[in-house]
Structures are given as C-alpha cells and as structure tokens.
Ligand binder design. Structure first.
Ligand code: SF4
Length: 510
C-alpha cells in the first residue's frame, strides 16, 4: 500500500478531474479519491497505509489544497500544508461547475508542480483531444497569439505544446475543410486476431493459433454487417470517405479470407467516393506477398507496418515474436506490391529502452523511409500485461522523457515528415502524447476525421465503437454525438451479430 495516494474532497462532481491530474503527476501510484469519511475503510485509516494524503475543498466558494499527515498518537489527519486559490468563480451559479473545475485543477497543478518539480507539458489538460481547443480558436477567428494566450492562461500549457497544438490544428483544418459540410462517414472493420499478444496490448485481440478456427464465422458475421451498411448508407445518402481495416491484425487472416472479405466489401458498398483505404497490416510476422497483393488488387491504398521498436531485445521482452529482419522484409514485400503510402507505428517508453535505443530505432526507420510515422508514448494501462510486468521487474523501467520525445520529433522532421495529428491517452508515461507525422499529402485522413469527430464512423466487428455525428439540414455539425458499442468477446459477437446491427440501426434512426 506504500505506493497509494489518498485524496479527500468535499465535492463528488470533481473527483474525476482531481484523479486524472494526480495520476498525471504520479502515474505509477495508485491514486484513490474519497468523497466522504465513510468511504475510507478501516484498513485505509491505518497511518502506514498510504504514501501521501491530500485534501481539496471548495466550501464557501474558496478552493483550497492541503497536504495532510496522520498524527501517530491519535490517528487523526492533520494539516501539514495549505494553499488557497486567489481565484473565485465569477459566476457563483456555475451550474456545470466548469469554473470551479478550472480553478481546482490550476491550484492542484501549481502545488504539485512545486512539490514534485515536474512540469507537465500539457499543464492541467487531461483530455484526449487537446487540438480541439486550438481548432476552436481558429474557428473563432482569433490570432495565433490570442489562441495561445487563451489556452496558456486557462490550462497552463507549455510553450512547446502551444506551438505544436497550433501548427497541428492549422494542418488539420486544411485537411478537414472539404469534409465539414458533407454527409460523409468513415467505415471501420475490426479484425480481432493477432499472431501473439503483445505485453502492452489493451485492444480486443485473440491469438490466431487458438482462435483461428473462428475466423471464417467471424468473416461471415462481418459480411452481415456490411449488408446493413449498404442499406443504411443508401437510405441516408451517406458517402463513404474512408475505409480503415484495423484490429488486432487484419493480416493474420489467410490470403483467401482477406481477399474474400475485401471483395465482398467492394461489391456491396459504393466506394467510389473513398479517398483513403487503409489496411493495418501491423505485425510484420503476419505479412506475406499474397496478402498484400490481394489487398492492392482490392483497392487498399495505405497500409501500416508497425515494428514499434527496431531493437531485437525489446521485441522479445514485449512478446512481439518477430524480428527486425522481418520488418525490412515486410517493407520490401509492400513496396514490390506497389504500396507508396506506408505508415509505421513506434512506441517511446517500451520497457528497458533509453534514448540510445530510441535513436537506433529512428535510424533504422529512416532507412525504411515510410510516408508516415506515428509515435506513441507508452500508456501504462491497467488492463495490459505491461503493468504487471513492471511490477514484477522493478529493475526495468518504462521511460519516456521530454528529451526522448524531442529527439524523435527532430529526427522524424529531418526525414521530411511533419506532425499532422495528435491525441493523448490516460496514464501515458511522462504525460505526453501520440503524434502522427507525414509527408505532404500522405496524411492519414481517417485518423484526422476520427480524432476531430468530423463525421460519423460506422464500425463493424467485436469490440468496436460506432459514433454518429449529428448534422443539421444544411449539413453542419450540431455538436451532438452519440455512440454504440459492440461486444468485445469474439464468440459472443458471432452469436449476437443481429443485435449489433440493431444497435446501429437504432443509432442512425430518424
Ligand atoms: S499487434 Fe496490436 S492488437 Fe495485436 S496484440 Fe499486439 S498490440 Fe495488441
């Protein structure tokens, strides 16, 4: 329990925000929020049960931050340090608590920064789509300086991230403009099978060796869903702008299965308006000449080959079960099959890697010369085996320092690729971000459309999420977004395909 942090607060409404910000400062600690004394179990009252205690209160319109300690004689919590925000919400009604929320987060940030000496690049921002704030500034017609000042004052974002966020927002705006007023949608198909399960995986993924016997039934279920999409898009006059086949690893399917699925898709749907058709080949150990040739023949225009690292020792640690040599071979096969738009995913912060390992990876990636590179910061998700691995191997670290991110940024820009989209996840090492870089005109359009919630996404397959972006009669977005999930369990998905279709029908009704 020594790595647990307890935070007490008098208003339940802000517990999520308080938790997210404390986790950003203390990613490895278990942060527990208590909204009343009754929630604290007997065991947790024990003075030795947690590493630190804090209290955040908002009573009487004053926001205060306290560090508490337990009196060893009486067991009572006593105040060791207190700071009060000079800010009070201008509007005391503040019905949704937005002003309180901002003030609370700024006060926590300033005090934890002082205490830990950590500066979070994104300040108090803990959401996954920071670029939206910059986009809003551009839509409001503000100057660059005013956009940056607004975001700096509100969220205490660092200068480097202000520059990055603004430049990405401008690029995204150029990419998205043609899609803002049309009834387009993106189609996603999830193939939940992989060669093996990676240590850090938190996606819906089943090892093909054990679940391959379900692949044919799964494809049959997907075809049923494709029939539904054909009806829905015709009824609502929706144009398919992008198709993305992800997972999992779609190329774990056999060449015949892949070809069968892709040709069904092409025959059933009107894909004449599709600007980008991506197949996330992903794992190099699943790529063969037959599969990529079939994909090319069926209209796939962009693929992803994802080594994550070019260090052999790390590939073994993370259970990728492929070699560096296979990455080169996969690129060679893809180029020979005629693919001139290849994305490569990398992860900074894999276990045991330092800046030298990262530089090694980046040098190898330069040799491969992909059209786009997506750099992920390791996310320490609880669901993943990674969390367990780090706990059981205290000598191995998952490091992502600002220096590593800067090194990656500099080297990738030197390859002629520029950042074009960005998103964040919870519990990222170093509280950084994932950034997509691309050569001019080789942007991952699907990524930008989805990240900025520009249009609806119809998602087929186990564990996928369909999202409806509502528009008015003029085709403008109303701001309303609704979603529906599909079950994650692959067997259940095959059994309940009709129900998954019904959920989507209800979502797109009226
Ligand atoms: S390839 Fe991707 S989806 Fe498959 S196990 Fe690895 S991380 Fe998970």
């Amino acid at each position: 329990m020594a790595d647990t942090i307890h935070v007490f607060t008098d208003d339940q409404k802000y517990q999520y925000d308080i938790h997210s910000l404390f986790k950003a400062f203390f990613p490895k600690e278990d942060v527990k929020i208590f909204c009343s004394r009754a929630e604290v179990s007997e065991g947790e009252k024990d003075p030795g049960s947690c590493a630190a205690m804090y209290r955040i209160t908002t009573a009487g319109g004053r926001v205060s931050f306290e560090i508490l300690k337990t009196d060893e004689l009486t067991g009572e919590k006593k105040q060791e340090y207190r700071d009060e925000s000079p800010e009070t919400p201008a509007d005391f009604d503040d019905p949704h608590g937005a002003q309180y929320r901002s003030i609370i987060k700024r006060l926590i940030y300033r005090n934890l920064r002082k205490k830990t000496d950590i500066r979070l690049p994104w300040g108090t921002l803990t959401g996954i789509r920071p670029v939206k704030l910059f986009m809003k500034g551009l839509e409001d017609g503000l100057s660059d300086e005013d956009i940056k000042a607004r975001i700096r004052d509100e969220y205490l974002v660092s200068d480097t991230r202000l520059e990055l966020g603004l430049s990405i927002a401008k690029t995204e705006k150029k990419i998205l403009d043609p899609f803002l007023h049309r009834n387009g949608y993106s189609l996603y198909l999830g193939i939940p099978f992989c060669p093996t399960t990676c240590l850090y995986c938190s996606f819906t993924s089943y090892p093909i060796s054990a679940y391959g016997n379900l692949a044919d039934a799964y494809i049959k279920a997907l075809k049923k869903e494709i029939d539904y999409v054909a009806e829905e898009s015709e009824k609502n006059r929706m144009i398919s702008d992008t198709v993305y086949i992800g997972g999992g690893t779609p190329t774990t399917l056999s060449p015949k299965q892949l070809s069968d699925l892709l040709s069904y898709l092409r025959n059933k749907l009107d894909l004449s308006g599709v600007k980008e058709f991506t197949l996330e080949a992903g794992r190099p150990d699943s790529i063969t000449r037959e599969k990529l040739e079939a994909a090319k023949e069926q209209g796939v225009s962009r693929i992803s080959i994802n080594p994550q690292t070019m260090n052999e020792k790390t590939l073994k640690v993370i259970g990728r079960a492929h070699t560096v040599k296979q990455v080169y071979e996969a690129f060679d096969i893809a180029r020979k099959a005629g693919f001139d738009n290849i994305n490569t995913d990398l992860i900074i912060g894999l276990p045991g890697e330092d800046i030298k390992d990262l530089i090694h990876t980046l040098e190898r990636i330069r040799e491969l010369s992909p059209e786009s590179v997506t750099v992920h910061s390791m996310a320490l998700k609880r669901a993943a085996g990674m969390h367990e691995f780090l706990k059981n191997n205290p000598g191995i670290q998952s490091l992502n320092t600002p220096e590593m991110t800067e090194e990656a940024d500099r080297r990738i820009r030197e390859m002629g690729l520029l950042p074009y989209y960005l998103y964040r996840q919870k519990n990222m090492a170093g509280n950084l971000e994932n950034i997509g870089y691309a050569k001019e005109g080789r942007y991952g359009l699907y990524n930008v459309l989805i990240m900025e919630e520009t249009e609806s996404i119809i998602a087929l397959g186990a564990g996928t999420v369909t999202k409806r972006v509502y528009r008015d009669t003029e085709g403008r977005r109303t701001g309303r977004i609704e979603r529906c999930d599909a079950v994650k369990d692959v067997r259940l998905y095959i059994e309940k395909t009709d129900e998954m279709i019904e959920r989507k029908k209800r979502l797109f009704a009226d």
